[in-house]
Structures are given as structure tokens and as C-alpha cells.
Design a protein around this ligand. Structure first.
Ligand code: ZN
Ligand code: MN
Length: 488
């Protein structure tokens, strides 16, 4: 479906940083799920006379995020007061950064169906989160636990062209931030929130038109972005076409998104940056990040997901899919690499176990659970299969045992008698016996009934106590039948 307009999208992402304490006070920043108003002090309650002290770790994490996003670190940076009045902001201002943010001019690489694309990052600045409010009939309750939690606001340029691209962008952004240890960014806990700027661009009477945008505030899921963006773009288009508000409007508007009604609603028209009366916070000094600090943080950056995927595909000859699945989870990728190091076999065999059984078990075990045995043991299991000592199906059983008992695979194989028979002489004897006893199945097979072969394989397995190496059985059977054919 081709639309009569182009959708132009820029995203402002708010991310809670993974610090132990809040941005300007020693209160715990682990606010989600804590009893209401249990993590507070005069600073984060905004009491008169309380003085903020910046959290060094938060500044470092914010800079780490900037470096991971290829931003420049400016020579000078400072905190400003962004003035506005709201019950969840008792000071009457939010400490944020205005004209000298910590990070500027970065970019993020995106894979799109049309090929790779760079989304420019305009800036990423540090600020404090607000309290949360709960609205009831005729009253509101405020919980200050979240007040003062360090927040990084990452602003993209309007480089995105569809809701799918916007979602791909925030997913890639989240992946980088989680990888770099900057944030857990649990969306379901509100630790990542998106303000999405949507506008439409089109040609009318030979002229390019690009009327002002709508900012959709506080989307907190990928599904919401996917639904809200096309909805608002279409609403703007209709408004223009039907001579509605967009024809008169000169500035942007702010809208909310109702997931229940699946539509946007007007929050504020006319809100310009001047309205916030930004000025440098007199309680906080401006500062100059030292080159040493910047270089130390740069050196501590892990290999980022895109680079790691490319390396996995190149060095281990993995498919794009395998590389993607492994790198999607940093711990899983580390585990895979350690197992590969401990093994002499094709890394693809290790990858099959890690993306298959290991991942399935981890999912079943639930959040945060790691693999209960070291990667060397997985490598040992792969070796047992590759050398033909155990069959693929027996290996799955061994794996299950390793998961629950943590015993080494060789020990489990021995204890359970799972060693498979690969000895050709023993298998050939069983094959010959089976062929002699099943003349009818052999004849059926020769007559073109392929399923008869399966029955013969089953008989051989039975004769060897279920331990015959199936690939050897299949080969010997085929050889014997072919030979019988030739001498008939
Ligand atoms: Zn506090
Ligand atoms: Mn903000």
C-alpha cells in the first residue's frame, strides 16, 4: 500500500541508568516494586534547602552510552533547570541539560529491508526522573520512589520513515544500551519510555509540504509505537486534506496515546522550549570530562551487538540467524564462545546446542537463570556426538541430565549405558541377521516401498539393544541390499 505522504519520525528515548543510587542523593534507585515513598530523602522530595550532589557513576554510564552511540563528548557540560509545575515534580523544576549536553552528534547503524541505514543521534543528556502519580476519583496519590532516578534522554534526528523503522531503531538502541551495561531498560517497569515525533511530508501543487509534527508522549512498548505512529500520521493527513487544524497550525502539538481506544488525544498545543525558562542550576557546577576518563570509558566498552554478529558470521561461519539469536543475549553469546574455545569441532555444532536446547532450558528456568554447567562440558558433549560415541537422541537425554545433576557428560553416558555401538562388524552381523529374517520387507523395499527400510532399521536397532549408531546402520543396510541386488 502506498501512502500519499511520507512519514517522518524522530524518537526521544528516556532510559533509566543502572546505578545503585539516585542522580543527586544516596537513596536507592531500585524503585520498581518498593513500598510507596520508602526510598526518599529531602533531596528527592524537593524540600527547601536540600542540595544535590551528582552521581559519578550516572555521569560515567551516560558517557558510556554516548560513546557506544558514536557521540562526541563536548569540552564543557553543565546541568540546567527546566522549569515547569506538576505534582510529580515538587521542586517546580527538573534538573536536566539544555545547551551543553554530555553527548552530541552520534549515530546508530540499523538494518532495514532497504539495506543498512544510519540514524543520526542529535544528543543524549542526563536528567532526573520524576515521581509517579496514581489518579483516583477526585484525588491523586504520589509516590516519590522514582523521583531523582538518573535518566538519559537520547534524541534522534528525524531519520526514520515508518513505524517499523522506529521500532527497529528503539530495539537496536535498547540492545546497545543493555550490552554496554548502561541500563537494563525493562520496558515493562517503565525503565525505557519513548516520545515519538511524527510528521508527514508530501507534494501539493508541485511544492513540498512538511507541516508541523505531533509529539506522541510516553509510549512504553513496541506495540504502542507500531500502532500510534501510523494512526497519528493518518490523522495529520486527513486534517490537512479536509482543511482541519493542521492547515492553521504553526508549531508542534503534544498528544497522548490511548491503548484502549487505540487513538491519540490532544494534551498540549503550543509548547516551545522558551516556556521552560531553562537556566544553569546554581547548585551544580559545570564540569569538563577529562580526556583520560573518556578514553578509559571508551576502552571499557564491550564489543557491540552489530560488530559481534558480523564477527560470529565471519569467524565461526554461522548463519545470520544463529549469529542474531546468540548475540541477542550477551551471556549466551559469551557461553557459546567459551564452549567453542574448549572444542575442536565445528562451531556450528556448538551453536546448534546453544540456540536450541540451552536456550529452551534457560527460558523454562525463567529470568536470570544461567547455564548450570561450564561451557567445557557442553564442548565435551558435542565431542561425544561428533566422535560417534553417543547418538543424537541419547545426547539430548545426557544434556537433560547435565542440566539437573551437573555431572560431566562422560560420567552420565557411562552410568546410563548410553554408549552407542559404532563397531561395523557388530552392526553388520545384526544387519545380516535381520535381512535373512525379513525377506518380505527387503522385497517390499526393492519393489519401491521406501518405508520398508525404516522397519529394517528398527529391527537392527532392536537387535543391538537400541545402541547401534544409526548412520552406520543406514549405510551398512544400503550397502548389503545393493550388493544383494547386484548378485541376484
Ligand atoms: Zn533521595
Ligand atoms: Mn526529558
Amino acid at each position: 500500500m502506498s501512502l500519499p505522504y511520507e512519514t517522518v519520525i524522530g524518537v526521544e528515548t528516556h532510559v533509566e541508568l543502572a546505578t545503585r543510587s539516585k542522580m543527586f542523593c544516596p537513596c536507592s534507585a531500585t524503585w520498581f516494586g518498593a513500598p510507596a515513598n520508602s526510598l526518599v530523602c529531602p533531596v528527592c522530595l524537593g524540600l527547601p534547602g536540600a542540595l544535590p550532589v551528582p552521581n559519578r557513576r550516572a555521569i560515567e554510564l551516560a558517557m558510556t552510552a554516548g560513546l557506544a552511540l558514536h557521540c562526541e563528548v563536548p569540552a564543557h557540560t553543565k546541568f540546567d533547570r527546566k522549569n515547569y509545575l506538576y505534582p510529580d515534580l515538587p521542586k517546580g523544576y527538573q534538573i536536566s541539560q539544555y545547551d551543553l549536553p554530555l553527548n552530541v552528534s552520534g549515530w546508530l547503524a540499523l538494518d532495514t529491508p532497504d539495506g543498512p541505514k544510519r540514524v543520526r543521534i542529535r544528543r543524549a543528556h542526563l536528567e532526573e526522573d520524576t515521581a509517579t502519580s496514581k489518579h483516583g476519583e477526585g484525588y491523586a496519590l504520589i509516590d516519590f520512589n522514582r523521583s531523582g532516578v538518573p535518566l538519559l534522554e537520547i534524541v534522534s534526528e528525524p531519520d526514520l520513515r515508518s513505524a517499523d523503522e522506529a521500532v527497529a531503531y528503539v530495539q537496536a538502541l535498547r540492545e546497545i544500551l543493555v550490552f554496554a551495561g548502561v541500563s537494563e531498560m525493562r520496558l515493562e517497569e517503565g525503565a525505557g519510555r519513548f516520545d515519538v515525533n511524527v510528521s508527514i511530508r508530501f507534494t501539493e501543487d508541485g511544492e513540498v509540504r512538511w507541516p508541523p509534527q505531533s509529539e506522541i508522549k510516553n509510549l512504553n512498548s513496541y506495540a504502542a509505537i507500531r500502532e500510534a505512529v501510523p494512526h497519528e500520521a493518518e490523522r495529520l493527513w486527513r486534517s490537512w486534506r479536509d482543511g482541519g487544524e493542521l492547515r492553521m497550525r504553526t508549531g508542534k502539538i503534544t498528544v497522548g496515546w490511548s491503548p484502549e481506544r487505540r487513538e491519540t488525544f490532544l494534551q498540549r498545543s503550543k509548547e516551545e522550549v522558551e516556556d521552560y525558562r531553562y537556566f544553569p542550576d546554581p547548585d551544580l557546577v559545570s564540569f569538563t570530562p577529562s580526556r583520560e576518563t573518556v578514553e578509559r570509558l571508551r576502552a571499557s566498552l564491550p564489543e557491540l551487538p552489530g560488530d559481534r554478529r558480523a564477527r560470529f558470521a565471519r569467524v565461526y561461519a554461522l548463519s545470520d540467524y544463529d549469529a542474531r539469536v546468540l548475540v541477542a543475549d550477551r551471556a549466551l553469546a559469551d557461553y557459546f564462545e567459551a564452549a567453542v574455545k574448549a572444542s575442536t569441532r565445528d562451531p556450528k555444532q556448538i551453536a546448534n546446542w546453544v540456540t536450541g536446547e540451552v536456550r529452551r532450558r534457560m527460558k523454562d528456568a525463567g529470568d536470570g537463570a544461567g547455564v548450570p554447567f561450564p561451557p567445557e562440558q557442553l564442548a565435551a558433549l558435542v565431542e561425544l556426538v561428533a566422535s560417534g560415541e553417543v547418538s543424537g537422541s541419547a545426547a539430548k537425554e545426557v544434556f537433560g541430565d547435565m542440566w539437573t545433576t551437573r555431572r560431566p557428560p562422560s560420567e552420565i553416558v557411562r552410568a546410563k549405558g548410553l554408549t552407542q555401538v559404532s563397531d561395523e562388524g557388530a552392526i553388520a552381523a545384526a544387519v545380516d541377521a535381520v535381512l535373512a529374517e525379513n525377506a518380505k520387507a527387503v522385497a517390499d523395499y526393492r519393489a519401491g516401498n521406501a518405508r520398508a527400510l525404516g522397519a529394517l532399521v528398527g529391527q537392527v536397532r532392536k537387535r543391538t539393544g537400541g545402541k547401534a549408531n544409526l548412520s552406520v546402520v543406514n549405510r551398512v543396510l544400503a550397502e548389503r541390499i545393493a550388493r544383494g541386488e547386484a548378485t541376484r
